[in-house]
Design a binder for this molecule. Sequence first.
Ligand SMILES: [Zn+2]
Length: 138
Amino acid sequence: MTDSDLVRAAIAARENAYVPYSHYAVGAALETADGSVYTGCNIENASYPATVCAERTAVFKAVSEGHRSISRIAVAAAPKGESAPFGEAAAPCGVCRQVLSEFMRPDGVILLARSETDYDVCTLGELLPRSFTAKDLT
Ligand SMILES: [Zn+2]
């Protein structure tokens, strides 16, 4: 799967975002080390802290199916019903960066999409340098 394919999958997953409160829809699509692809969307809740981001939805789906290594993830955010963000492409929040760091190496690729053909390419190490990991617990 190409980067563009993964971005396309994230944009498609965004259609399922459940965002009745913020109307801020996010889709994510990740690829595991063995080439499997999992998607996710953000899912809001009337109790706001119970909301979960698209990235973590995708990660938890993959991990719950036995995967432990994520090589790439694409993220696509836009106001619900719009096809592109108003400004810069959104990056994963701090909590999602931390969750990704459990299953993704620092050189793992994160694609921040504005559209199917317009996206930034960065690494987890760039977005979360000197992350807290299992090595800090020993
Ligand atoms: Zn997040």
